[in-house]
Every structure is written in C-alpha cells, then in structure tokens.
Design a binder for this molecule. Sequence first.
Ligand SMILES: Cc1cc2nc3c(=O)[nH]c(=O)nc-3n(C[C@H](O)[C@H](O)[C@H](O)COP(=O)(O)O)c2cc1C
Length: 318
Amino acid sequence: MKKHILVVSYSQTGQLDNVVKNFIAPLEQNDTTIQITYRNIEPIKPYPFPWDLMTFMDTFPESVHLNGCDIKNFKDDETNYDLVILAYQVWFLSPSIPITAFLKSKYAKQKLQNKPVITLIGCRNMWIMAQEKVKTLLNNIGAKLIDNVVLIDRGNSLETFITTPRWMLTGKTNSLWGMSEAGIDPKQINNTKRFGKAIVEALKNDKEKEHISLLQGLKAVEVNSKLIRSEKIATKSFHIWGNLIQKLGKPGDIKRKPVVILYLMFLLLIIVTVVPINMIVQSILRRTNKDQVQVEKETYEQPSGNGDERMKEFMLDE
Ligand SMILES: Cc1cc2nc3c(=O)[nH]c(=O)nc-3n(C[C@H](O)[C@H](O)[C@H](O)COP(=O)(O)O)c2cc1C
C-alpha cells in the first residue's frame, strides 16, 4: 500500500522551499510506494519581501502572541496521511505568522490529529522558543511531534546579526566586509537528503506508525547553549511590548508606529549596553552550571537529538 505524506510549508525568499525540495528528494524517487501532497500556505495579504523596517518591526506583536493571519483555504482532500512534514521559519523567536495560522486552522486539526509530524526549521539561529510554541500548537490539535530538523544561517552569531537582517531588508545575500553570505549554506541544504533517505527506509518498515523518532543519529539538530538564556529573556521582552502595541491597534495602524519605533530604539540600546555584559555573566554561569546547561541543551534537542551514529549509513556519496 502506498504511503501518503503531507508536506506543509511557507517560504518568502524560496530558501525553505529549496530545503524542502532536497529533504524530500529521496521520497520523490520512490513514487511507486510514496505519494506526496504539497500544501503551500498563502496569506490572503502577502507579507512583503524585501521588508521595509517599519513593517518588519510591526510584525513582532502578532508573531509572539501567536495571532496568525488570514490564509487561503487548502483544497479539501479525503486523504488519511501517514506522515506530515511541517517546514517553517522563525519570526521573532516564534513560528512565522502564516505557520501559526495554519496550525490553528480547521484543516490542520482535521489532518494532523493523531498523526506523526516532523518539523523542519530554516532560520538565522534562534529557534528554541519558536519550537516550544510549535510543540504547544501541535499538542492543541492532537498531533504527535516525532522529529525536528534545524538548519541555520552560515556565519557566527555576530555575522548573522548583520547578514540576516540585511537580507530581509534589502534582499541582498552577497558577502559584506568579508563576512559569510546570508542564508543557509547550500551544502547543508543538499545534505538534508540524508533525512529523506532515512524516512524512505522507515516507511518501508512501518516505523512511522510507532510515533517514535525516525531521524535520530543523523545530526538533525544542535542547540547552542549560549543562546538559551538570551532567547528566554528576549521572549519575555517581546511579550510585554507586544501586548502594549497590540492594545494600540491592528497591524499597520498608525497609532502603533511611535511605540514600535521606541521599542526598536530600546532594543538597539539594550544590544549595545546590556547584551555584552549579559554575555559575560552568562558565560560564567554556564561554566558553574555545566550539568544543568547540558540537560537543558539535550532537552531542547529532543526528539531527534544531536547524535551522529547513522550519518555514515545515510550521508551522500560525495
Ligand atoms: C520578520 C522576521 C523575523 C525573523 N526572526 C527570526 C528569529 O527570531 N530567529 C531566527 O533565527 N530567524 C529569524 N528570521 C529569519 C527567518 O527565520 C528565515 O531565516 C528567513 O525569513 C528566510 O526564510 P524564508 O525565505 O524561507 O521564509 C526572521 C525573519 C523575518 C522576516
């Protein structure tokens, strides 16, 4: 019997579409045994790309408060899917607004309930809190998260702090001042085929029915311990300011503008003053709390983990 796979995604620049294409390629090659249905989320009012700074910042309250947006309905289908792959990007430490909208839709409730779900994230490098929110949204509709794969932009945190926003605000990905190009390394994207291969193997053996990880041992995810505390602090700040801004009006409302600008200035001030001091304090705390930090890291890496024991088996012949 054919296995039916539902692939749901949204991409602005096409980067995540490319990740999905590579990830799924081995499944596409098994089209006699596997049938794939692609569902591309389309907001009724599309988000701009490249972004202007004001619209970009004005998006954070609805992102962090998981409001969603109006999206086009998917075609009705009667398929009872065996496995769901949900590809998403992070907006302000939360799932992007179109992804939240999908996870709150009737279609998601109908199709994902009791189904094994693999999340596939492509983002700058801060995804931990977003995935916690996605876990809650999946839980709310009774879906079973069995794996999480994360790809992050090339370059260190300092570089991507410049290259990713520059890409979002200008569309430019080229190298600047000797820094890495923006976005995920194409080699990493190509290498996601290992996950597709492992899924093909798992489907042959009905492993998806067990609702257990199919992608362990393939270096699916790596938590950067240095970012855990920063993500938690920033999430709190986003929630408080987001709440205030939402009280002033709907997205794009002129009344929100002064507070959004004030928050942007506040953020920049914090980044050049508090963040460097906090980084030093956190690095001391991490050293004194090594065991606790390791437990936290491993918890956020679940369910797929950071092991590499199956890499040889599924890595491409390059
Ligand atoms: C409004 C907005 C907010 C973003 N916030 C984050 C973030 O909090 N963490 C992160 O790692 N990446 C963040 N990014 C980068 C995206 O996760 C993603 O890498 C980028 O949008 C490209 O994805 P796409 O073209 O496939 O949509 C943000 C991007 C946008 C547009």
